[in-house]
Design a protein around this ligand. Structure first.
Ligand code: UDX
Length: 436
């Protein structure tokens, strides 16, 4: 008999997981405490932007296999329960806030049937799974708990869920592994590597992967700083080192650095946990990774001041991009928005454009100005900042917009625009890590 699944927490990760699992043929119930989110999902609409997921969700709702509710007792028929709630940075420190994970497991515990398997997908500090499993052994001894970290990237959520580059399961026994193999059978069938780990290792895999990615980005941004000091070009440097297969060319895009709901908070939570475990020194380097990342934002602001003036009060700056990366409407810890807000705080008039992120950005920074149309944002600008590499910004014709702005100065914070094209059209073009 096919397994029935529940997904607890229908945010970015949960909504994606629920729709994808339904598309594999499972009956899936998604539960969340937020009635607005649930109502939207139940009507087949996404509460956020993610390419391809809107269509998949609408399609799966029609099959009758997928449903969403705020009633947690609806999980009672499920064999496997995926916990997909958030673990944000806590308000008073670097550590992750585990309130939602703990409460999710506690809330479903009374509804778990005999032999049910709770599977955590949220990113948690190492040791959490073992502690939750011990809790569950008391509150619902008929059930078991495993961990199955998620590596999906925003913008590629469906692809990363249905065709991941690996599946990692943290289990305490063979039975839990067998159940998870049954769930992922269609994914395993096309050769996805399957890694069985113990509970702590599975939790560590996720934070180690994100720490490595963050390190790669900060490494190239450190090289950008050196290139600026030495008269080099970081884009050429990245290309040249990337040909070495041991290094690889991915995640070597120098610019204003990483943001989002994962990388920044995960490296901080990892440091906090290592300290608790007495292994603080091992992760000291992550402090530097974080510092390099935040410095990239300051470097852009320094270039702006160098171009305009130390006193920005008389100047209008057009900011292209608010989200932390393209093909997403996520503005959590967005370097672009942070830079926009800092410039505004310094007295500049800042007008922000983004293809998808204006509303979420407005919620966070209601005092910034926003424009839905790029050319409206550029009007009378003294300087343009290209901060999120949406495709539509690469399609801007620099000659065509010349008459809109007050001065033809652009700073490419993502090293993605065609410098030759802009210069040919008479623009002063700056990019991070490139001196000429
Ligand atoms: C990340 C991990 O990639 C994913 O595996 C994990 O599950 C969640 O966290 P995501 O947050 O969607 O995914 O974004 P990612 O594509 O990793 O980019 C993170 C940030 O790094 C973005 O702000 C991006 O602009 C920046 N970045 C990425 C760079 O500055 N340079 C690069 O070369 C790559």
């Amino acid at each position: 008999m096919t397994l029935t699944l529940s997904v607890v927490g229908c945010g970015y990760l949960g909504a994606t997981h629920a729709a994808c699992m339904s598309s594999l043929g499972f009956t899936v119930v998604g539960v969340d405490t937020d009635p607005e989110k649930v109502a939207l999902l139940q009507s087949g609409k996404l509460p956020f932007y993610e390419p391809g997921l809107d269509t998949l969700l609408a399609q799966e709702m029609k099959t009758g296999r997928l449903s969403f509710t705020t009633d947690f007792s609806a999980v009672k028929n499920a064999d496997v329960h995926f916990v997909c709630v958030g673990t944000p940075q806590s308000k008073d420190g670097l550590a992750a806030d585990l309130t939602y994970v703990k409460s999710a497991v506690a809330t479903i515990a009374p509804h778990l049937k005999d032999g049910a398997l709770v599977v955590g997908k949220s990113t948690v500090p190492v040791g959490t799974a073992q502690a939750l499993r011990a809790e569950l052994a008391k509150s619902a001894p008929q059930a078991d708990l495993a961990w199955n970290p998620e590596f999906l990237r925003e913008g590629f959520a469906v692809e990363d869920t249905l065709t991941p580059n690996r599946l990692v399961v943290g289990v305490a026994n063979d039975r839990a592994e067998e159940i998870l193999k049954e769930v992922y059978e269609p994914v395993i069938a096309f050769g996805t590597p399957w890694i069985r780990a113990d509970l702590p290792t599975s939790e560590l895999v996720k934070v180690a992967a994100n720490s490595f990615l963050a390190t790669k980005i900060s490494f190239i941004n450190a090289m950008a700083e050196v290139c600026e000091a030495a008269g080099g070009d970081v884009t050429v440097l990245a290309k040249a080192i990337g040909y070495d297969p041991r290094i690889g060319n991915r995640f070597l895009q120098a610019g204003i650095g990483f943001g989002g709901g994962c990388l920044p908070k995960d490296i901080r939570a990892f440091m906090a946990r290592a300290e608790e475990l007495g292994a603080k020194q091992a992760l000291e380097f992550l402090r530097e990774i974080d510092a390099i990342n935040l410095r990239a934002r300051q470097r852009v602001i320094d270039v702006v001041r160098g171009e305009l003036s130390q006193d920005l009060t008389q100047y209008k700056i057009a900011v292209l991009g608010a989200t932390f990366k393209p093909d997403s409407d996520d503005v959590r810890d967005s370097p672009a928005l942070d830079i926009a807000a800092q410039l505004q705080a310094a007295g500049a008039t800042v007008v922000v454009h983004d293809p998808q992120g204006i509303e979420p950005a407005r919620k966070r920074f209601p005092n910034l100005q926003y424009q839905e149309v790029v050319t409206d944002a550029l009007k009378d600008a003294d300087l343009i900042l290209h901060l999120t590499e949406w495709k539509e910004y690469r399609q801007i014709d620099p000659a065509a917009i010349s008459s809109l702005v007050k001065s033809k100065i652009i700073i490419d914070g993502r090293n993605m625009l065609d410098r030759t094209l802009w210069r040919k059209a008479g623009w002063k073009f700056h990019a991070l890590g490139r001196t000429d």
